[in-house]
Design a protein around this ligand. Structure first.
Ligand code: CIR
Length: 252
């Protein structure tokens, strides 16, 4: 059960962030509206929400998931793998410090929270262009102190591990059909995302609900068929900036 979430409002500079998606420029007003709907969905899932002020100096800072890895017992302050995002992690320290025992990813380690997926007592650490071996080893050491297992998995052709793989609970795993390390995840009940619906691989289980991006009916049905209650959210403006549902919050 999650009880808390932290989100950060998108800044007016949002459209200047990093993106590879060729979907056009995001509309800031619409992004704010979609963010509000996202916050309401988290509240509906039973979370106590902290909404942080926008940080115009960091256009990608609403993707707050990348700045830390959090559990109920501890937090790990990340070290962004893209130099344009370095510094965002400093801004989350003061927010998490009063709440959690903190650890830090240090040089030469890089790690983005979007590469870390917790499935029950195990952390899967994606090795991507944003998370390197040094960062992964540091995280491994930290989580093992708390008796969590961890395993590193190569990520290819995707921004983050969770861009393509997300754990719903009950051993159910959403997985992008072209994910390159599928075999490392064999022990899960894999729900392979249909072609054309890849963005919905980043759906988000929170307590009694799975939040699914709007516009991906096959994935929505597959999730419903597993017995989950769902909430659909339009994330179009975040998709334009390579961001998805999980990226927009830290949950613990
Ligand atoms: C970036 O490239 O860093 C942002 N534009 C998107 C980050 C998305 N975060 C995530 O998948 N956890």
């Amino acid at each position: 059960m999650f009880t808390k979430a932290i989100v950060r409002k998108p800044a007016e500079t949002f459209a200047n962030g990093i993106t590879t998606a060729k979907l056009g420029k995001p509309d800031y007003k619409l992004a704010l509206k979609q963010h509000e709907a996202y916050c309401n969905a988290l509240i509906k899932c039973g979370l106590e929400l902290t909404v942080l002020d926008a940080l115009p100096a960091f256009p990608d800072s609403c993707f707050v998931e990348d700045t830390a890895v959090v559990t109920k017992d501890f937090g790990v302050i990340a070290r962004p793998g893209d130099p344009r995002r370095l510094g965002e992690e400093q801004e989350i320290i003061k927010v998490l410090e009063p709440l959690l025992q903190l650890h830090y990813i240090k040089e030469p380690g890089f790690l983005d929270g979007g590469d870390i997926m917790q499935a029950d007592d195990r952390f899967y650490i994606g090795l991507s262009t944003r998370t390197n071996l040094a960062g992964s080893k540091q995280l491994h050491k930290i989580v093992s102190q708390y008796n969590y297992e961890s395993i590193s998995i190569p990520v290819c052709n995707l921004l983050h591990f969770k861009t393509g793989v997300n754990y719903l609970g009950e051993n159910n795993l959403l997985i992008h059909r072209d994910f390159c390390s599928k075999d490392d995840l064999k022990s899960f009940n894999q729900i392979v995302i249909e072609r054309g619906e890849e963005y919905a691989a980043n759906s988000l289980r929170i307590n009694d609900y799975v939040i699914v991006p709007k516009g991906f009916p096959k994935t929505l049905n597959a999730i419903k068929k597993l017995g989950y209650k769902t909430i659909e959210l339009n994330l179009s403006e975040y998709q334009k900036m390579d961001g998805g549902l999980s990226c927009l919050s830290l949950r613990f």
